[in-house]
Design a protein around this ligand. Structure first.
Ligand SMILES: [Zn+2]
Length: 262
């Protein structure tokens, strides 16, 4: 629980941009890319979890004429249910033809003898979560491609970058197309106000808050300076924007907007 003065700061920051502090939305944006004949999915949502299901993802893909079997690559930023749940569940792989790319640290963490949650503020059932993730990795095993920080795939179109803290093997992805570049920041931010206004704020789901904060500060400083476009899994739909300094030691999320350039 945050101390009252910090909570007041959070409320102030949310109200300032018209967000309700008592009822925040956790957005889920799944990025789908095409490169020549390749179809690349970046994380896969919850899957058949609680009242979520795969239907909406199938519907969204249907409207652009892509079937699950057409996906050739799936990038996994980390293994929380809202990212891995749609890749494998109940012993079934949803994208059977997709190579599933993941950092070694992520797989090692969950498959380790005793995954270390000593720094985490999580209060949910960690034992059950570990069991579920291990089960997902077992199901995905034939499709897994294990990477190290800085590895590139698809002729350098995508770079897999270690961004530890949220989980040990949490990854972000730099996507290049000709002269353009987009940084998928995965779960560096779960809210477009709080974690940018003050990058020292964290979410209980961060396995190692100090490491998550350090990573967040490093990446936000970098893209605020370069003005590289960003995509956030949990930022307001459609998740595209840029990070800019807010003049108060923090940052501001500026969503992309359609505009005419004269
Ligand atoms: Zn997430």
């Amino acid at each position: 629980m945050w101390p009252p003065d910090e909570r007041a700061e959070m409320t102030k920051a949310l109200v300032a941009v018209g967000e309700r502090p008592d009822d925040m939305t956790l957005y889920v944006n799944i990025l789908l890319l095409r490169k020549d004949k390749e179809v690349i999915l970046v994380d896969a949502g919850f899957g058949p979890h609680k009242n979520q299901n795969w239907g909406w993802l199938a519907d969204a893909m249907d409207t652009i004429g892509i079937e699950f079997k057409d996906v050739t690559h799936a990038l996994l930023s980390h293994s929380h249910i809202d990212h891995i749940g749609g890749l494998a569940s109940g012993g079934k792989i949803l994208f059977p033809n997709a190579a599933v790319h993941v950092l070694k640290e992520e797989v090692d963490f969950w498959r380790g003898k005793e995954p270390d949650f000593s720094k985490s503020h999580r209060t949910d059932d960690i034992k059950q979560m570990i069991k579920n993730v291990r089960g997902s990795f077992d199901t995905l095993q034939p499709n897994l491609v294990i990477h190290k920080d800085g590895d590139q795939i698809l002729d350098g179109a995508i770079t897999i970058i270690a961004a530890p803290g949220h989980t040990d093997g949490h990854a972000i992805f730099r996507i290049k197309s000709e002269s353009e570049s987009l940084l998928h920041v995965s779960d560096l931010a779960h809210n477009h106000v709080l974690m940018l206004e003050n990058p020292n704020w964290f979410i209980d789901f961060d396995h190692n808050p100090d490491a998550a904060i350090a990573t967040r500060k490093k990446v936000f400083a970098e893209i605020a300076a370069t003005k590289e476009r960003a995509f956030g899994f949990h930022l307001p739909w459609p998740g595209l924007g840029v990070v800019a300094p807010n003049g108060r030691k923090g940052y501001q999320w500026i969503p992309a907007s359609h505009r005419w350039d004269f």
